[in-house]
Design a protein around this ligand. Structure first.
Ligand code: ADP
Ligand code: MG
Length: 449
């Protein structure tokens, strides 16, 4: 049989399989599986990695063989051959997810801190040295020296990292006797709204006023939110008057936040205000070297230099470019400048592409073979719950939408439902490789179409 014919029949075989196996499963496991040859009644198919090979052999073999026989009668058996080229990449990916699994960074439930953010893995450069010194000063002199500490700067420049590092360092230095609480302003506001709704405002106040270190991220979010501003003003005063430490961050200086009460602005400015600016080339390179090591990518220095030259404004993007390139390289032995530059161009192209939530909804619905309206509706059908959670996860991951906005897109669901779904999927992909692959496939579809 000609190879061309074999490919055509293979498509029919897949279509036949689709009647017996759910589409997402099929897509997950048969992606990059190709027939290569028929020899002595044996169909040889090439699979991208060992994991897929094991799965096909143990779970799909009989059903696949049966389907193949329906189309090519002379087939007696199937042989699965590893494609060594693609296998390399997947091994690196699964090695990566395995590592993630053992160093899984759980957000601590009472402090809300993520232990991955530390002073030790924060690269100090001229753009952030003042902020870094101030952050360390805060830990050494809790509530006395810089109170409040207000750090501001553009997106992806390390504010959250530094704020959380303060919290983690306080826990370490004071052996967990100090009560620390980190919250994004979005969380603070949502909790306040819930407390008002459920008439638990006393508990809310109690919770925020009995802590030793309050860390509130992204206070520019308070703009135009009068009730939250008022509540924060009183919370701040209580803490301040009992010499408790408060740390704020914002995307701009206190004076530049619109629609915010004068008295709160002056509280923000009452301690120390420092900014973080975009890093220079040396700092960008140092950050890339650190992440390259942390993630075991083993990219050579010249590749890191190319990335550091091109991506200048945002450290999150710097990291994004590094991940993108590391995952797409089939092989790092004969790398050259051109390869890196091409991949980097792809990355820049896709990261500037605005992706509409509508498109994400469409692709997720298609992938799981569901109607868009069923995916969005408030129906608790088992087969829809997971795809819906995946949808919420992707809307957050890709579009960076707030939990509230995602809730609104999904027939006015509560933001806590969205938060729960997001965290559930985030956790599950660390443990469930099948789901991890599904999400990778979905991301690829969404970003490449
Ligand atoms: P922001 O809160 O300012 O938007 P983040 O703190 O979330 O930015 O930083 C974005 C990413 O860049 C995070 O993964 C963070 O760990 C990393 N990052 C930022 N600054 C540094 C730095 N100086 N050293 C190491 N990693 C950094
Ligand atoms: Mg942040």
């Amino acid at each position: 049989m000609e190879n061309k014919d074999l490919q055509t029949i293979w498509q029919k075989i897949l279509a036949g399989l689709e009647k017996k196996v759910p589409r997402p499963t099929l897509k997950t496991w048969f992606n990059n599986v190709v027939p290569v040859q028929i020899y002595n009644g044996i169909l040889k198919i090439e699979v991208p990695n060992k994991l897929v090979k094991d799965w096909l052999e143990s779970k799909f073999h009989l059903i696949l063989l049966k389907t193949v026989k329906e189309f090519i009668h002379e087939i007696k058996n199937i042989e699965y051959i590893l494609n060594t080229q693609t296998e390399r990449v997947t091994r690196r990916i699964s090695k990566y997810s395995f590592q993630q699994k053992i160093t899984i960074f759980e957000v601590h439930p009472s402090t809300n801190l993520n232990p991955r953010y530390r002073f030790e893995n924060f690269v100090v450069g001229s753009n952030n040295e003042l902020a870094f010194a101030a952050a360390q000063g805060v830990v050494q002199n809790l509530g006395t020296k810089f109170n409040p500490l207000f750090i501001y700067g553009g997106v992806g420049l390390g504010k959250t990292h530094l704020l959380q590092a303060i919290g983690n360092e306080v826990l370490k230095k004071y052996n967990n006797i100090k009560k620390v609480r980190y919250a994004t302003t979005e969380q603070f506001t949502n909790e306040l709204i819930n407390a008002l709704k459920n008439q638990t405002i006393d508990e809310f106040r109690q919770k925020f006023r009995e802590i030793d270190v309050l860390i509130l991220d992204d206070v520019h979010f308070l703009s135009g939110k009068n009730k939250s501003q008022e509540e924060l003003f009183h919370t701040f005063n209580e803490l301040y008057n009992s010499s408790k430490q408060v740390v704020f961050s914002s995307d701009r200086a206190p004076r530049m936040i619109p629609d915010i009460e004068e008295r709160l602005q002056s509280r923000f400015e009452g301690g120390l205000v420092v900014d973080i600016t975009p890093p220079d080339f040396e700092t960008r390179l140092a950050i890339l070297r650190l992440k390259n090591q942390e993630k075991n990518y083993f990219l050579p220095d010249f590749a890191l230099e190319i990335i550091a030259e091109k991506i200048t404004k945002n450290i999150r993007e710097l990291e994004g470019a590094l991940n993108y390139i590391a995952f797409r390289l089939k092989n790092i032995t004969n790398l050259n400048k051109d390869k890196i530059e091409i991949l980097l161009k792809d990355y820049i192209k896709q990261s500037f592409k605005q992706i509409s939530p509508k498109k994400i909804i469409k692709i997720v619905a298609e992938f799981y073979n569901l109607k868009e309206e069923d995916l969005l509706k408030k129906v608790r059908k088992k087969e829809i719950i997971k795809p819906r959670q995946v949808l919420m996860y992707l809307l957050r991951e890709i579009n960076k939408l707030s939990y509230n906005t995602i809730g609104e897109l999904l027939n006015n669901r509560d933001h806590t439902t969205v938060l729960y779904s997001y965290e559930k999927i985030e956790k599950e992909i660390q443990q469930n490789f099948e789901l991890y692959q599904e999400i990778e496939i979905l991301k690829e579809k969404i970003l490449n179409v």
